[in-house]
Unconditional design. Structure first.
Length: 463
RNA sequence: GGCUGGAUGGCAGAGUGGUUAUGCAGCGGACUGCAACUCCGUGGACGCCGGUUCGAUUCCGACUCCAGCCUCCA
């Protein structure tokens, strides 16, 4: 039985889909105008595992992850670059897909874009106008009138009075209430715009997600997710828009991921302390980066550091080492009543507890290592389980040799040269010239290549 | 100031009202020319103060500290 922590109720709830056997999930994607950073990676790897586990559990999942491709920052960046917003967003969309692929993320079923949902956006705004939840200011912009929505604050546990007390001063506008937010913004000259019943303009920040989730999943769906920094105001505003417009419930379960920290501070663009996915993938193996993302629970903060990334790589190396020297081409069928599978599921059923689930992977690795020398059949069965469970987390799907010989940076030292040095070293060993043998090993070690002398042969791997 | 969440062994990170998390690092042993890999064994922990309890790291309350949101943010 799957239990998920719901931000709405602030507690773990037994998950019950609206339609038995089916799950609809909408995850807020990125506003696209720059390279994606490690914080994005953390959130989307988390939802990737959630999606995989829902499917592994037998649910028929529809997974939506949007792209917000119109927004003030996009316009500003495109102007800086002297290019169109479409050129800018198309370029970074391609980069984002490459980065996400590198991290082993499965693709969402639909990846809607704000600019391809303008009709739906206008429809919702019109409904909100008709129902009296929205109004047009003197500047022509359309605003959502927050005090009109009684449940405002139910997700972020804020109340309007407190929010207004904390409101920063000096915001001059013709809003009726300081908490009101823009649904439709009138276009300034030379800004990209679409025609609407209220004039040429573009959508405000929050409305596109209400429109895209409705377009893809309908008024009422199972799971809505995103980074915890979106909980307020973005998700709160989505609820206000969608529930008011649709006159009914919106998402049942809200899932929020913890932020990535650098030196105990949130990684963010405004603090300029972020690492892009590209930068990090140049330093560490991509699968190790993914492993790192899953090594702590998705709701807790994750501290980015060289030490932690190296530890993740070493841990993953241990798992792959256990699979080495086994014939993985012909794996036996995994038995459904395996204790390890049961333990793994129990961990994942408890709000997707990946650290606990990964502990099961290490138990399997240890058992495989033991069984290798005593009971090869058992070792293979356990290896099949390890690979299957790894697959649920999106790891351990390459051959051990491929992982162990891969390097973090693209600049591999030459494999054939490594082979030559090993041959030379083995000649030295045969001659009992230990000094020369150790010299070669030290030299390779300095290049990040580790040698292991097995019976009859010497194998190598990169670390 | 308001609202959330957190504080676990050298590091990372789960979990539990009484019994081994797990990984890395350490220590002892086996294996090895020496290593590496692997196995066997092993030390080390629950921020602080009270309360509940036969017993609390785990429940309750206060305190201290840390982080997130309240402006753009994954």
């Amino acid at each position: 039985m799957l239990n998920i922590y719901n931000s709405l109720s602030q507690s773990k709830e037994t998950f019950k889909p609206i339609k038995p056997g089916k799950v609809s999930m909408y995850v807020c994607g990125i506003t696209i105008y720059d390279y994606s950073h490690i914080g994005h990676a953390r959130t989307f790897v988390s939802f990737d595992v959630i999606a995989r586990y829902l499917r592994y559990s037998g649910y028929d999942l529809t997974f939506i992850r949007n792209i917000t491709d119109i927004d003030d920052k996009i316009i500003a960046r495109a102007n800086e670059n002297k290019e169109s917003i479409h050129e800018l967003t198309a370029r970074f969309e391609k980069i984002m897909h490459e980065d996400f692929d590198s991290l082993g993320m499965i693709k969402p079923d639909i990846e809607p874009k704000a600019t391809e949902s303008i009709n739906e956006i206008i429809e919702i705004i019109q409904t909100l106008m008709d129902k009296g939840f929205a109004y047009q200011g003197e500047d022509g912009d359309i605003y959502y009138h927050v005090p009109k929505f009684e449940d405002y604050g139910k997700l972020s546990k804020q109340n309007l009075e407190a929010l207004q007390a904390g409101e920063r001063v000096g915001v001059a506008s013709d809003k009726k209430s300081p908490m009101d937010f823009v649904l439709w913004k009138m276009a300034k000259p030379e800004e990209p715009s679409w025609s609407s019943p209220w004039g040429e303009g573009r959508p405000g920040w929050h409305i596109e997600c209400s429109a895209m989730s409705k377009k893809c999943l309908g008024d009422h769906f199972d799971i809505h997710g995103g980074g915890s920094d979106l909980q307020f105001p973005h998700h709160e505003n989505e609820i206000a828009q969608s529930e008011a417009a649709n006159g009914c419930c919106f998402a049942n379960t809200w899932i929020h991921t913890g932020m990535v920290q650098v030196d105990k501070e949130k990684m963010s663009k405004s603090l300029n302390n972020f690492f892009t996915i590209r930068e990090v993938l140049a330093l560490y193996r991509s699968e190790s980066v993914r492993y790192f993302m899953l090594s702590s629970h998705y709701r807790s903060q994750l501290n980015y550091s060289e030490e932690n990334l190296k530890a993740a790589d070493a841990s993953l190396e241990r798992l792959y080492l256990s699979l080495r020297d086994l014939d993985l081409s012909n794996l036996p069928e995994v038995s459904t009543d395996s204790d390890y599978l049961a333990k793994f599921k129990q961990a994942m059923d408890d709000d997707f507890n990946t650290p606990e689930a990964m502990a099961v992977l290490f138990e399997l690795a240890k058992e495989i290592n033991r069984a290798k020398s005593t009971d090869l059949e058992r070792a293979l069965l356990l290896a099949a389980e390890l690979i299957e469970l790894g697959g649920v987390l999106g790891i351990l799907q390459q051959s051990p040799e491929a992982f162990l010989k891969s390097s973090s940076s693209g600049e591999d030292s030459d494999d054939s040269r490594i082979g030559q040095l090993i041959a030379e070293r083995n000649q030295a060993r045969a001659d009992k010239n230990w000094a020369r043998a150790d010299e070669i090993r030290d030299q390779l070690q300095a290049e990040g290549v580790v040698l292991e002398d097995k019976a009859g042969e010497t194998v190598w791997r990169r670390e």
